[in-house]
Write a protein that binds this ligand. Structure first.
Ligand code: CAA
Length: 258
């Protein structure tokens, strides 16, 4: 697919989206989020794709929403178009696993986009922050809520009130990033992880994503009940039979994705 503000490619079973506005450090403008949504729709519909990766450049994952594009909006503009909704949040409704591969700046909407993904792999030079307060606004794409759930109130509050950036080590230590990887060979290592996810049974990977995400939305006992019912339902699938038979027969499973 030909896009102007992103690149989208299929590498075996992985769909890769590279944000591509180098002159604006991949600031998220309307056309970028619309193109990203179109690419996500395509990856979601393609049965071959088992995992999606969103990345930026070595310097910036994304330096936030496009300040130049939004600066002139009135309250009625923002309210009536429901600014930062629709395609801005398309990634949240993806059923396939989505990995954020963050090098350089992930600020404001960039940090929020990374947090909408299922997990974040950070390069050593990654820097995360919610600097919106310096622009006279609060975070607007979920940062105040998701960052707080990831790193706890104290750190989230400090970052949102001061605009301080968190480096990759701090991000991993505080649970924002799942791992920090060397910059050298970063994307190869991320794609290896994505290929591993894509090699699993498609429906089971989607269900794993669903059960983990319930932890954010439910009480513990309701979440465990949901997980238990999902687990039990998998005994009706071909892939549970195949996965367990392959273990017993000491061979690799051949998923039917059924
Ligand atoms: N929107 C629009 N343009 C941006 C941008 C943004 N968020 N971030 C960077 N750019 C542009 C700069 O204006 C500059 O363009 P020009 O060359 O035309 O001036 C270009 O990208 C390069 O940026 P810098 O010269 O500033 O690069 P730097 O290396 O000196 O600094 C930086 C890098 C610290 C990330 C700095 O660019 C910066 O602070 N950017 C803004 C970060 C920010 O405030 N993000 C939050 C946006 S609001 C938001 O996201 C709301 C929400 O919750 C959804």
């Amino acid at each position: 697919m030909a896009f102007e503000t992103i690149a989208a490619e299929k590498k075996d079973n992985v769909g890769l989206i590279t944000l591509n506005r180098p002159d604006a450090l991949n600031a998220l403008c309307d056309s970028l989020v619309n193109e990203m949504a179109e690419a996500l729709d395509d990856f979601e519909a393609d049965a071959k794709i088992g995992c999606i990766v969103i990345t930026g450049s070595e310097k910036a994952f994304a330096a936030g929403a496009d300040i130049k594009e939004m600066q002139g909006k009135s309250y009625m503009d923002a309210y009536q178009e429901d600014f930062i909704t629709r395609n801005w949040e398309r990634v949240v409704s993806c059923r396939k696993p989505v990995i954020a591969a963050v090098q350089g700046y992930a600020l404001g909407g960039g940090c929020e986009l990374a947090m909408m993904c299922d997990f974040i792999i950070a390069a050593e030079n990654a820097k995360f922050g919610q600097p919106e307060i310096s622009l006279g606004v609060t975070p607007g794409a979920g940062g105040s809520q998701r960052l707080t759930r990831f790193v706890g109130k104290s750190k989230a509050m400090e970052m949102c009130l001061t605009g301080r950036m968190m480096d990759a080590d701090e991000a991993e230590r505080s649970g924002l990033a799942s791992r920090v990887l060397a910059q050298d060979g970063f994307m190869d290592a991320v794609m290896e992880t994505a290929a591993k996810v894509a090699s699993m049974s498609r429906p089971v990977a989607m269900m794993v994503k669903e059960v983990v995400n319930r932890a954010y939305e439910m009480t513990l006992s309701e979440g465990v009940r949901f997980e238990r019912r999902m687990f039990q339902s998998l005994f009706a699938t071909d892939d549970q039979k195949e996965g367990m038979a392959a273990f017993v027969e000491k061979r690799k499973p051949e998923w039917k994705n059924r």
